[in-house]
Write a protein that binds this ligand. Structure first.
Ligand SMILES: Nc1ncnc2c1ncn2[C@@H]1O[C@H](COP(=O)(O)OP(=O)(O)OP(=O)(O)O)[C@@H](O)[C@H]1O
Length: 390
């Protein structure tokens, strides 16, 4: 949780009556859009294909020049900011990372610092610092080329590159659009973790409403020509879509989507599973403990208390070691995971999913009843909120 006293390092962005008319097009791509993007918040632009999300975003860093209207960052008109300063103020990350294929990871991250003519030592230190920040080992990845990285690793480099000059604002255009759903979930979690420290102003474009709900402090649902259909918190949009178009976007299962707003740490998961250390416990000793305590299942942990195997008491009679007894732990969730991720893990595991802490250590288990109770509670709150408004 971020401290209330934390000052955002981000700067407010304002769009005032911004219009973009591409040459030769009868209709503007973006028509008279005004919105305020608060400092230090993540604002998501979501809407159907072709509605003008990318055009709106790119006018902020002047990759596209508006036909009319005004855009300010930290109160300063972007038209008055020269190219170097604009790059220092606004980082940019795009789908498929957009890395230069013939540059190494380090050279890719160093692009903006290089343009800003930082000295070599400062650039090199910054590259190491950023790689660490986005969870890439500098020793291993610094000198690799983009093609030698997975999609998720490329996206991490893209985010590091966007952050290189420590800009107060970041523009992210479907940055996680091209990776598999699991990597995407991890990258989203990491962005939230980064943001809780960095508190940049982030404008994030996506097609995916679930991603918007998970990441956004506020969501702008856009219609044709970037017309703002609703601009509010995810909670408010899910609970009260402003019109049919927004309702269509929210789609079915609004209460399930609310599971992306809650984290495992917010609910009361249980921590009374019987655990045993694989290194120090024999199968026979564990069996005795389980029988004494009337337990059917136990969780085997490694030396660092990370969950490794589920064992049924029946598995232990013939087992020679806890390292191989029972079955491996499948999908685990962390305390930072959303309840939606937890639900998926519970379904995949067919019962309880293990909850781990920040170093992967066992902290508890979560089951389907915890999730259904939470959905029930959210429903009741909404019904009451709806009555309050009527
Ligand atoms: N360079 C251009 N010249 C002419 N028209 C353009 C140009 N770029 C975009 N457009 C048009 O402007 C409209 C908005 O495009 P934009 O890329 O901003 O939408 P988007 O919401 O980001 O779409 P998507 O989600 O498919 O990426 C579309 O109708 C598109 O065809």
């Amino acid at each position: 949780m971020s401290d209330q006293a934390d000052q955002p390092t981000g700067a407010e962005i304002q769009l005032e009556n911004v219009t973009k008319r591409y040459p030769g097009s009868a209709e503007p791509a973006v028509a008279d859009v005004s919105m305020t993007i608060p400092a230090g918040k993540i604002v998501i632009l979501v809407g159907p294909s072709g509605c003008g999300k990318t055009t709106t975003m790119r006018m902020i860093n002047r990759l596209i020049e508006p036909t009319s209207g005004r855009i300010t960052i930290g109160g300063e008109d972007v038209q008055a900011i020269d190219g170097d300063r604009l790059r220092r103020k606004i980082g940019y990350a795009i789908q498929q990372a957009g890395l230069f294929p013939h540059f190494t990871v380090a050279q890719n991250i160093a692009v903006v610092p290089g343009l800003l003519k930082w000295d070599r030592k400062r650039i090199s230190d910054r590259v190491d610092e950023l790689m660490d920040l986005v969870g890439l080992d500098a020793g291993e990845f610094r000198d690799r080329y983009p093609r030698q990285l997975s999609g998720g690793q490329q996206q991490r480099v893209g985010v590091a590159r966007a952050l290189a000059a420590d800009p107060p604002a970041l523009l992210m255009d479907e940055p996680f659009g091209a990776v598999d759903p699991i990597t995407r979930g991890n990258l989203q979690d990491e962005l939230l973790r980064l943001q809780s420290d960095l508190r940049k102003t982030i404008v994030f474009v996506t097609h995916d409403f679930d991603e918007a709900v998970k990441l956004g402090d506020k969501i702008a649902v856009l219609g044709d020509q970037s017309s703002i259909q609703q601009y509010d918190t995810p909670e408010a949009i899910l609970a009260n879509p402003a019109n049919d178009m927004v309702a269509g976007f929210v789609g079915a299962g609004a209460s399930l989507k609310q599971l992306t707003l809650l984290r495992v740490r917010d609910v009361s998961y249980s921590d009374n599973t019987l655990t045993a250390s694989a290194a120090d416990t024999t199968p026979a000793a564990l069996r005795t403990r389980m029988t004494e305590q009337g337990r059917t299942y136990a969780l085997v942990l490694d030396r660092r208390r990370r969950p490794v195997r589920w064992v049924h008491v029946r598995d232990l009679g013939a087992a020679t070691s806890l390292v191989t007894a029972g079955r491996p732990v499948g999908d685990a969730v962390s305390t930072q995971s959303t309840l939606q991720d937890a639900l998926e893990a519970i379904l995949a595991e067919g019962g309880n999913a293990v909850v781990t802490g920040s170093r992967g250590e066992y902290v508890g288990t979560i089951d389907i009843a915890t999730v259904t109770d939470t959905i029930q509670q959210l429903r009741t709150e909404h019904v009451e909120a709806g009555r309050g408004e009527a």
